[in-house]
Each structure stands twice: as C-alpha cells, then as structure tokens.
Design a protein around this ligand. Structure first.
Ligand SMILES: [Zn+2]
Length: 1379
C-alpha cells in the first residue's frame, strides 16, 4: 500500500499568514461546490468555485520512509476532479482527534511528537453517505516555501487511501461538536488572554518587532469586531473588513465568519512566526522559554477556538445566494421539513430513525385474551408466536406479549429504540416490574418509543421483556371520536414492533425547526421574533442535507445562535412542572385507571433518571394508594424520587373531586383522607390544593382549604368559560366567610400543556395579572387519560430555558412556585365568592342516580358516625372503634365517586355501574351498621326483647334540629288516621341528635291543634292547614294558588300554574353530558299533561296525600304523591319518573309573585346569593346554577323555598323558580338517565327571612328520615335507667344558627370530633349542650380540619362544655372533645 503523504497548502502569497488558513476552508467550500457541479454534469455552474480552485495548489509528498523523496504539486481543481472520479461527494475539514493520533504509526508522527494537536483533517466522503471517508492530516502548517520539503510539516494518511475508501467505517474521525455560542465566548476569552499576555510580555516574545505590532493591531481590531457583536451592516464596514482580510469580494460571508477569520490571522501570525524562530534560535527560546511556551499555549488555544468557528461560519455563509424571502411560503417550507405526513422521505422528520430493523424483534402473545391480571398470573398463561399486523380485541380485554430482541452487531455505538404501536395503551414490564407506559395510535399523545439501553448499544445484545397490551386507547374506546359512547367491539392492530437507530442529531435539528416554526406561527406576523425565526429556520434548511448527517452539526449551530440569545430581566418566569392529569374515571373505568396510573408513573420515574433536573407533580391520593397495592416496586421507586426532590405529591385531596356537588363534610373528608395519606406516605401535608379540571368552585372552598392546612390553590378551568373571561390569573380568592387563598390559574389555560413555544408565550401574554406578578405556572404533560410529559417536551423546555422573547423556564415544583408568588401577595386583587364556571351546567343534573347515591351516602355516613358515637359514649361500647376500618373504606368509596367526571355525570356508562355498586355497598353497609347500633342500644334497654306487655320502637334523629314527622307505625296503634297503605299514622317529634323510645302500645291518638283538611269544588281541590291554603286545579293536577294563611299572601303568579313540568330541547354545542346551554331556556317544547284527576289517598287530619300523574307519551311518565302535613307549611312532591327521552331536559317550575333581585342557594356549610335578573353578561351566564338542599326566593314578609333530596340544578329568574330534574344526553353514555327515577322535591312557603323561618332546617329534614329499630317488647322500658337519655340531644348547641354538622371519633384516637358551622351568615356565640355530664368531657380543644389542636389553644385556659364559643359568619370549627 502506498503511504500517501501529502501537504495541502495554498499558493504562495506575500502576506501568507493572513491567508493560509483561509485557503483550506476555501478548498472545502469551493471543492464541494465544484464536486456538485461535476456530479450534476454542469461544470460551468459554479464559476466562482472553479476559479478559486484554479488558484490553489496541493502539494503531495511521498512517504518519508520511501527512498523516493520527490514531491508533486497538484492544482486543487484537478485534485477535486480526481476525487470526483473516485466517487467522492463531499469534503469536510476538521481537526484531528486524539484517538487518531495514537493510531498513526508513522515515523513522522513519532519524530515530531512535540507538534501534536495542531492538525487538520480533510475528510472526503462518498456521495452515498458518510461511511466512505478519505482522510488526510496536516500535522502542522509551515508557510516558508523556501525551505526544503523535508522541513515541511507532513500530512499523514490514516491507513486510508483512495484505493480503500471503506476502511473508515469505524474511523474515530468525527465531525466535532461545535458549540458556536461557547466558541464565541472562547474566542473572546482567548483574545483577551492573548492581548493581556502580549502587552505584558511584549519584550520577551520571540517575534520580530514589525510582526509584533501587526499582531497586536490585529488583536485589537479583532476585539473591536467582537464587541460590535459582529454585525457588519454597512457596505463601508464590509469593505473595511474585506480590505483588512484581503478577501475576494464575492465572499459574502456572515460578519461572524469574517471576524473569526481575522482573529485567526492574528493568532496564526503569532503562532506561525513563532514556531520557526523558536526552532532556529534555541538560545532565545531558552532565555524566555517559559514566556514563549505560555505564549504558544495561548495562541494555540485561540487558534483552535477560531478554527472551529471559522470552519462552521464559512461553510454556513460563504457564497450563499441571497434570495427574496416570502414569509408565508418560507413558513410552509419549514412545516414541510418537519412534517410527519408529507415528504418524510426527504425531510428531517424522516431521519430521526435512519435505520429500522423489524426482524430483530420476535414476539409471542397469550393464546387467549385475558382480564386484567397481575404479571405473575399472566406469565402462567400459554403463549404463541405472533406477528406485526395481527389484530387484537375486543374493547377492554388484555393480551400479554413476550418480546425477544437481538440487536444487530453492526449497531454498536448506536442509540437503539424499541418501537411499539399496538394502536392501544400498553406497558413494558422488566423482571415483573412496570418500566414504561406506551401509547399507540397516531394522536399527539403517542408514546411508542422505549430506549433499550442507558447509553448506546454494544451490538449483539439479546434483550427480553414483556408487554401488557390493554385493548383501549388513551381516551377509551369511543365510537368514531373522543366523547362518543363506547364501542365494545373495537379491535386494535399491532402496527409496529421493531427496533430502530435513533439519530440524536436529526432529532435535535427536527426539534429546533419545530420550535422555530412555532415561533413563526405564534408571534405576530410583523414581529421581529417571527421574522428572525423564519430566517433562521430557512438558513438551517438551506444548509441541511438530510442525506449527510455531518450537515446536522452545522444547522444545529445556526439554531443555537438563535436560541442562545438571552432575555432581559423583565421577562416572565414560567415555572414548568411535569404533570399527568389522570381522570380517575371518564371514558374508561376504575379498573383501567389503576393501570393508567402505573403506565404513567413508570414512564415518569424512568424519565427522572434521564433528566436529573426534571420535576414532576402528581395529585390524588387514590392513585398512589392503588399503585401501592398493585405495583409495590414501582411505588417504592416513586417514594425514592419524592425523597430525591424530583417527584412532588400535591393536592391534599383523595381525588380531584367535583367542586360544586359534594357536601361540606365530603369536602372536609376529601382533604382529611388525602392529607393524612400524603403525610403518612411522603412525610408531609400538601401545601397546595390542586384541582385543575373541575366544573366550578364552591364559595366555601377557601375556608375548607384553610381549615385543612392549605393556603394555596391552583386551578385553570375557568379559562373554558363560554360567556365571560375571568379577569385574573394570580389573585386572592375569598370565600363566603372571608377565608383567603392565594390562587393561580396557569395562563397557558391548560393542565395538559405540550411545553411548546405557543404555551410558553401564552404563559406571559394570557397572564392578566402580569403587572402584579410576573410569574406563571405551566403544567406540562399529556393528561386526562394519563401519560405525562414526553421526551420532546422535556427537551423543548431545556432548549427554551432562556431564549430572547420567550418566557424563561424554571424547572420547579408547584410549592416553590407558590412560595415565589407569595412575594407578590400585597399587590394582588381579591375575588370574593364562588368561582362560577360558565360551562358544563348540565353536570348539576346528568346521571341522576349517581347524584342521588352520593347524597344518600353522605347522609347515611353522617348518621352512622353520629349514632355509633352516641352509642359508644352512652354505653361505653366500642362499636365505632370496631368498625373504624369499614368506615374508612366506605368513605373511600364515596370520595372516589365524587371524582370530577363521575359525580358530574360526564363518564361512560360502565363507570356508573361501578359507581352504583359502590353506592349500594355504602348504603347497605351503613344501614346494617345503623341497625346493628340501634339493636345494641335496644339490647341495653331490654335484654330479653321477646317478652313484655308493651311494644316499643327506638327512633333516632341524626340531625341537629328537632324534627317532626308523620310516620307509619310498624304496628297498629291508636290513631286518627291510617295511611293509604293501611298503617297507623302518628306524628312524632324528636329532639336534635337523639334517640327516642316510643311505646307503641300506650301511644295516644293525639289530635292536632289545627288539622289539615281537604275540600273539593267542581274544578279545584283545596288543602289547608294552619300555615297554608293550597288550591289545585283538578283538570290538570297543577297548583293554581298557594296562600300563606298568616297575612293572606298569595305566592303563585296570577294566572299561572305552579308545579308545572316542562321539557326543553337540550342540545349542547359539543359536550353532551356536560352542557345545558343558554338557548335551551328559549325552547320549551312540551309540557307533560295530567292523565287523570288527582286521586285523594289521604285527606287528614294528620296529612293529606294526593296522587297525580302526568305524561307526554311513554317516554316521560311522571307519578307524584303530593303531601301536606298538619304541622308544617311544607308541601312534599314524592316523584317517580319513567324516562326514555332523548336530548331533553325536564324541569319543574314554580312561577311566583315574589319580587327579589337575588335568590339564595344552599352550598357547603352555608348559602350564597345569586342574581335573579340578566343585567350583565355575568348575570346572564348564571342562567343555571348549583344549589344543594334548597334554594330560596324571598321578599320582605314572604318567601318560597324549593327543596330537594338529590337534585342540584336550579334557575330562578324574574320570580320563576325552576328545578332541573332529568336530562337525556347521549354521550359519553348513550343510556344516561334512561329508566325509572325516584326523588322528592318540596315547596316551603314562609313569611319571614330564610334565617328566621327554618328554611335551613327544612333542607336537613327533606334529606333525612327517622331511623327505627325493630320493635321489641318489655314491661317497662326506661332509657334513663340505662344511661341513654331519651329524646335529649347527644351534642347540640344553644344557638339556632350554629349547626352541629358532624360527630365522629378522631382519626388517631377515641376523642370525639365535633364539627359545627354558623349557618345564617352572622356572628354567633354559643355553648355546647350535651346530655353527657360536663365532667364526661374533661377538655375541649379547637382543631383544624385535620383534627390537630390549634396551637393558640394549647397553652391557654382549658376549655370545657361550660365555656362560651363563638363563630363568625359561615365559619366552620372543629373541636376535639377529650374524655
Ligand atoms: Zn379531568
């Protein structure tokens, strides 16, 4: 083999030093241009290139070992020609790297070993790709052509010759990773170091004086250009520079390239002149040896820095034709270069995976579809061979795959990805542990890649793992689209199972182009930023040759120049926290969510290994609980990441619940269970209430949040408002009691941010409080169906950390974000009252059975806790303690089903099967336990319950109100009236929170002071008691008149009917189950008609009961029992509806003649006022609102309350009161609300203000029942004997406005927890009243909702039952009663 030694050199020039390094660059540039001219056959195409090469010579010298010492000089043009004939397509110039140096075994290298590190490498590559290189090295560059060739630095062939172009496949030569931003700094520093050094040691430097001066001048000139930030803008600048550099005028290179060349000249003149002098004058060199060595070192550094820069800059810019740029056309050009649909054969997207191997992956799959199995159970199944293209299904089943991969040997050193797309969700297991989730399909949330090795492949590896394939997509199995009902027969095709080489640089180029495209699209068209982005991307594309990965470096450098321009201090800081919103049920059900959580969590844990600075936020204790139970190893990893400060549990609640519908106590329990879980598992309570995706926020939430130890609140849903724009992003939210929480709505208006330019920019531009607080939070990561951040999201944010014009990115936690904005608090505005969501108003009504189930579960759990507390405290039993775990489980089920897509009614039908079962379990278990507790109480009263002459029953009132009720007795008693069932009726009153023993045998038929009566005329029915006169039209079953006896005040609007059912057309804009739209109000379409004259079932004196029926056709049949008792003005409407309508909403309406600008609605622990008019758009938006047990419309002297036992949707305007009863949406549950419904609503006319006339108590009454024990027999039962006070409150207060809401055992011991609230909206002082002796409770401690004593109370006086306590309007207090 001929050892070709050649010297690549330029022709002689007088000022050689300033030209010498310019020439090799010129050779590369023009050589490439010329090569492509040759390839295209159009040799005259690039005349400049040709001419430039004509002027250049390459000197080739034979091997020094060879006897023939002759050398030859080639014209560069001819040499390039020759390369072309050998198939060379591309020339590049680089520096020789270390590895190559050691590989060189020529004597020349050995002899001149002190001349290392000043080498250049010329690489020629074939037109087919980068694997055919020819390499030449200059070891040094001497310019003195007068010397003999022996003294020239030699250029070595690295065992590569023109004859053996293949051998550099594994060549260590690689295009250097240039970092232009760094290089600029490097050059600057190197220039400064050189200048300082040269000035200081001028005398000692071994340069001729004239050269020294030239050299110093050059340095100083160069510095000026650097300071000018290399923007050569005028023609004069250019001429000056070109003259100085003696550059030919056709070099229209960028200013940066020119300056780099200039500095390079300066450096080279130092270095080049110095080297031979050092060599020639050893004595001088010895004398100033140290100085000159240092000088050499500095010049070498400068030289190297500049060389990197000049190579890139020159290649980028020289001889570029300047063309007119059309913004729109150019922007589309960028789009096509990153498109995953168009031109993928020629664009950069198509190069991210340049090599794909399908044969390397072999698959086996379970022979049968399975249910959701554990890994261990799945591995016991039998497996068969399987191929890509197979189809799996139907919806919701599971298949397990065994994956075996043989990595090709030749992929050594490559980054290898496993690509899997089963058109569905899937999860990779390694050694039985989930390691990453996969999301198939084609949508934006696709995640099909799994990195096989931490770094690169060794080649030849055998890899095995398993995949669990779930036959559902990220968004379930909806028919033809997102929110449609499930298609139970859906199938999923295995589209890909292969391995691929991942080209990191192509991916980087792609990412930069994508971001530039986003800037071009999202900044105003006439903005500087958009123009610059288009320019930069266009430059990148011009220099990009997707077939040649070496050009990727060049274009990455172009991009970096753009992205490394820094922001000023005024730029918004965006705290970016990774997040994965997992709807605990929605278009899938709980069982699948457990796997969704594991898939998402495993992925994020893995990414935390890849990106140590990555921070991730995850809410919902329930998801952690499931992961802990089902995937303990994964859970352990999560805990480790929490400790490491990468994973941040957040939120404080059990699930992200609905913000309107749960009761006050449910709100408290969401936090109590959530916070206790977080504390136990992760060591601390959440500091932020995190509820990004619920459909409105109760005005009582700020107080609940505070009560549960939280001061900060994060959400964003109001950005979806469809009428008014909410005016804040960072503000103080104040609840009805005055509690305040620092609140932030991420201005990107999403909790599933894609971490792209658009959302970063919007984090500033959408921030309506930016002048008050220049910080925004961004929650990035795919969500709803889970997933979380993707690698591209993380990379984008890293690249955009601080780019001029785009908000700065800070990787941090939500807690830290709130700590930051706390500093803005004093400037923030306050929003008082509810955060009413102007959308999804149908969620107060959809899925009626779920809402009823929830309401009933809430009240039954309340009663159970009360009666078990009562029993244990009266009798010293341990019922509560014994059933603590059951209670915990029951609450978990209730809280779970309050999730923000479940309770609102926006989930698929399958979810409501689960939900129904859960609610039934709670209701059955609570009933069983309440019955059991009653039996325990009874057993203490009458141990032998089978004997005795008297029959007793024990009744229990679980509410903090005296309640009167006409009851059907379990056995016949003396009575004035029998029910229509034939049972004896008795009116019974029970004191608050108490049990009452009733002797059925001795019970008298007590005549009411004023009985209720029923009279009839030809047309009407008249019902009257001491409070009201009710007139019902017999012909249509509707209420014609309702008069308050006291004051003779008619409440029904003249000429209209009350208790009128109306069906409205109910077709929302998109979100079917979610939305009732404003126009629905304009389109009543049907009024169910009375089918017969009201039937009188009972006619007094205790109560009157009428039966009515109304219907449209068989799709809507309404049966009602209308009851009026002698003791109350309340009219109860016990209603059954057979409902098979489609896209209609059923309301019951009461037109009143009450005039008031506001109506009141019960919410959690209080009530709020809302307008009854449509003055402003904000009033209009509240055309349908959420109320709990009652809504009330009152004027001075008279009012009407509309109560319910399981409804939430009200609209009260212009005197017309409406209650929404049922809807019939068809998505995502096609069967939503179809079937039979039972519910009760009531009308409560009153003459005073709502606070004075017992409206609040009526709300409790309509929502409760007396609990009854079984009948038992005794001769003389006496509760007092047994320490069970009959008909005396267990615990109550002496103030009507103060309600004991909850009595329960403490979570951590057997203290009694008593929660009270002020219900009227005024200040209140009160005492507790208990039948337990005052000594029984030795101390009362005020606590927070977490049941922790408030520190202020621990050291002051010991509070007992004798103390007076106080509450402010709507205040909630929790007390610990200590025995
Ligand atoms: Zn959600």
């Amino acid at each position: 083999m001929i050892r070709l030694q050649s010297l690549l050199c330029a022709q002689m020039h007088q000022n050689y030093a300033s030209k010498v390094l310019f020439q090799p660059v010129s050779l590369v540039i023009n050589g490439n241009k010329y090569l492509s001219s040759l390839s295209s056959g159009n040799i005259d195409a690039n005349d400049v290139a040709k001419r430039s090469l004509e002027n250049m010579k390459i000197i080739i010298k034979k091997d020094t070992n060879s006897t023939n010492n002759k050398s030859s000089i080639l014209n560069a043009k001819d040499w390039v020609h020759e390369l072309h004939l050998n198939g060379t397509g591309y020339l590049t110039l680089s520096k020789k790297d270390e590895q190559l140096q050691h590989k060189s075994n020529t004597t020349t290298v050995a002899a001149d070993s002190n001349k290392k590190n000043i080498e250049l490498v010329l690489v020629t590559s074939s037109s087919n790709g980068s694997d055919r290189h020819q390499t030449f090295i200059y070891e040094t560059l001497d310019t003195n052509m007068s010397k003999s060739f022996d003294e020239y630095p030699t250029i070595l062939d690295t065992n590569t010759s023109l004859q053996n172009p293949q051998c550099t496949k594994t060549s260590p030569l690689r295009w250097r990773n240039f970092a232009l931003g760094d290089i600029k700094l490097r050059i600057k520093e190197a220039v400064e170091a050189m200048r300082d050094f040269a000035l200081k040691h001028n005398n000692q430097i071994n340069l001729p004086e004239s050269d020294k001066n030239t050299y110093l001048n050059a340095l100083s000139e160069a510095e000026k250009f650097i300071e000018m930030d290399v923007m050569v803008t005028s023609k004069k600048d250019k001429e000056r520079l070109f003259n100085y550099l003696q550059l030919p005028s056709e070099y229209t290179s960028s200013a940066q390239a020119r300056v780099a060349l200039q500095i390079l000249n300066a450096a080279m003149s130092a270095w080049i002149f110095n080297y031979p002098m050092m060599k020639q004058n050893p004595s001088i060199s010895q004398q100033n040896d140290k100085v000159n060595q240092e000088f050499l070192k500095l010049s070498k550094e400068l030289y190297e820095a500049i060389l990197d820069s000049v190579l890139i800059s020159s290649i980028m810019s020289i001889n570029k034709p300047v063309v007119f740029k059309h913004k729109k056309v150019t922007t589309e050009r960028i789009e096509k270069y990153i498109s995953d649909t168009y031109f993928t054969d020629a664009n950069i997207y198509g190069k991210i995976y340049p090599l794909i191997n399908k044969d390397a992956v072999s698959l086996k799959v379970t022979t049968e579809k399975t249910d959701r199995l554990s890994y261990n159970d799945a591995m016991k199944l039998s497996f068969r061979d399987c191929k890509v293209g197979e189809v799996f299904g139907p919806s919701w089943v599971t298949y397990w795959f065994k994956v075996h991969i043989e990595v090709p040997k030749e992929w050594k050193g490559k980054i290898v990805h496993f690509l899997w797309n089963s058109s569905s969700e899937a999860m990779i297991f390694k050694d039985g542990i989930p390691v990453q989730g996969l999301t198939g399909g084609t949508w934006v949330d696709k995640r099909i890649e799994y990195k096989l090795f931490d770094k690169v492949a060794d080649g030849g590896e055998l890899v095995n793992f398993e995949i669990e394939m779930a036959c559902n997509g990220m968004f379930g199995v909806g028919k033809d689209g997102l929110i449609n009902p499930c298609d139970e027969t859906k199938t999923f095709k295995l589209e890909r199972a292969e391995i691929a080489v991942f080209d990191e640089k192509a991916y980087k180029v792609y990412t930069y182009l994508t971001m530039l495209y986003d800037i071009a699209k999202n900044f105003p068209e006439d903005s500087v930023k958009a123009s610059q982005a288009i320019w930069c991307a266009n430059e990148m594309i011009n220099h990009l040759n997707v077939q040649n990965s070496q050009t990727f470096d060049v274009v990455i450098e172009i991009a970096k120049k753009f992205f490394s321009l820094k922001n000023g201090d005024s730029q918004t800081v965006v705290t970016a926290t990774g997040h994965c919103h997992i709807d605990v049920s929605w278009l899938w059900f709980y069982a699948e969510t457990k796997r969704k959580a594991a898939r998402s969590f495993a992925t994020q844990v893995l990414y935390m290994d890849y990106y140590p600075e990555y921070k991730f936020t995850q809410s919902q204790a329930q998801l952690y609980q499931w992961t802990k139970e089902l995937y303990p190893e994964l859970y352990q990893k999560i805990k480790e990441k929490v400790v490491k400060g990468q994973w941040f549990p957040v939120g404080g609640t059990w699930v992200e619940m609905d913000g309107n519908l749960p009761s006050g106590e449910s709100f408290i329990r969401q936090f109590l269970m959530g916070q206790r879980f977080f504390k136990k598992e992760f060591g601390e309570y959440s500091k932020v209430f995190f509820l990004p995706d619920t459909f409105g926020y109760s005005a009582q939430l700020p107080q609940v949040i505070n009560h549960m130890g939280i001061r900060n609140f994060m959400t964003q849903k109001l950005s979806w408002n469809n009428i008014n724009k909410f005016p804040h992003n960072t503000f103080i939210w104040e609840g009805i009691d005055g509690s305040q929480v620092l609140t932030h709505f991420p201005p990107a208006n999403t909790y599933n941010s894609q971490a792209d330019v658009k959302e970063l920019v919007e984090s500033a531009t959408n921030n309506k409080d930016i002048e008050r607080c220049n910080h925004s939070l961004m929650l990035y990561g795919n969500g709803d169906g889970g997933g979380g951040p993707t690698i591209p999201m993380l990379d984008r944010l890293h690249m955009l950390k601080d780019t001029d014009g785009i908000p700065k990115v800070k990787f941090s936690s939500v807690d830290e974000f709130f700590d930051t904005i706390e500093g803005c608090r004093e400037n923030l505005l306050t929003w008082i009252g509810e955060l009413y969501f102007e959308l999804h108003r149908g969620t107060y009504t959809s899925q009626a059975a779920t809402k009823k189930g929830n309401r009933y579960c809430e009240r039954e759990l309340h009663s159970l806790e009360m009666i078990m507390s009562l029993c244990d405290h009266y009798l010293g039993t341990s019922l509560y303690r014994d059933h603590r775990n059951s209670l915990q489980e029951l609450w978990e089920l209730v809280l779970l089903n309050q999730f923000h897509d479940v309770l609102p009614g926006s989930s698929i039908g399958l979810v409501y099967k689960d939900c129904y079962e859960h609610h039934q379990k709670v209701l059955q278990t609570t009933k069983k336990l309440i019955d059991k507790t009653l039996e325990v109480l009874v057993s203490h009263i009458s141990p032998s319950s089978s004997t005795g002459s008297n029959t007793y029953v024990l009744l229990f009132n679980s509410n903090d109100f005296e309640i009167t009720r006409t009851l059907e007795m379990p056995v016949q008693t003396k009575t004035l009236q029998k029910s229509y069932h034939g049972q004896s009726l008795q009116t019974v009153t029970i004191q608050p929170n108490s049990v009452k023993l009733v002797n059925l045998t001795t019970m008298e038929a007590t005549k009411p002071q004023v009985p209720v009566t029923l009279k009839e005329s030809e047309l009407d029915l008249f019902i009257q008691n001491q409070y009201i006169k009710l007139t019902m039209d017999k012909t249509n079953g509707k209420i014609r008149s309702l008069v308050l006896v006291n004051g003779d005040r008619e409440l029904i609007k003249h000429g209209e009917y009350a208790n009128e059912f109306v069906l409205y057309e109910d077709i929302p804009l998109f979100w079917d189950a979610w939305d009732v739209e404003i126009y629905t109000q304009e389109k009543p379409i049907q009024k169910p008609k009375s089918t017969h004259v009201p039937k009188v079932l009972e006619s007094g004196p205790l109560r009157v009961v009428l039966q009515c029926q109304f219907q449209t056709d068989e799709n809507c049949v309404i049966t009602q029992l209308i009851t009026v008792n002698h003791y109350s003005s309340r009219i109860d409407f016990e209603t059954t509806v057979h409902w098979k309508e489609s896209r209609k909403i059923l309301r019951v309406e009461f037109p009143t003649n009450i005039r008031s600008p506001n109506a009141n609605y019960e919410i959690q622990f209080g009530h709020i006022e809302r307008p009854t008019h449509f003055n402003s758009s904000w009033d209009v938006a509240k055309f349908e609102v959420c109320g709990h047990r009652w809504a009330d419309l009152s004027e001075y002297g008279a009012g009407l309350s509309l109560l319910n036992d399981c409804k939430y949707g009200y609209s009260i305007h212009n005197g017309l009161m409406k209650l929404s009863l049922l809807r019939a949406p068809k998505a995502p549950d096609a069967e939503c609300d179809m079937g039979t419904h039972n519910f009760t609503y009531s009308l409560y006319p009153h003459d005073g203000r709502l606070q004075d006339t017992g409206v609040i108590a009526q709300g409790y009454q309509v929502n409760s029942d007396f609990y009854q024990s079984s009948c038992f027999h005794s001769d003389n039962a006496n509760l007092e004997h047994k320490q069970i006070p009959s008909d005396k409150a267990f615990i109550t207060t002496d103030k009507n406005s103060v309600i004991v809401e909850t009595v329960k055992l403490a979570e951590d011991n057997n203290d009694l927890i008593v929660r009270v609230y002020e219900s009227y909206g005024g200040h209140a002082k009160f005492h507790f009243v208990s039948n337990q002796s005052i000594d029984h409770f030795t101390e009362i401690k005020e606590c927070n909702g977490l049941e922790e004593p408030l520190s202020t109370h621990s050291t002051v006086e010991k509070l007992t039952l004798s103390n007076e306590f106080s509450l402010t309007p709507f205040q909630i207090k929790t007390f610990r009663f200590i025995r």
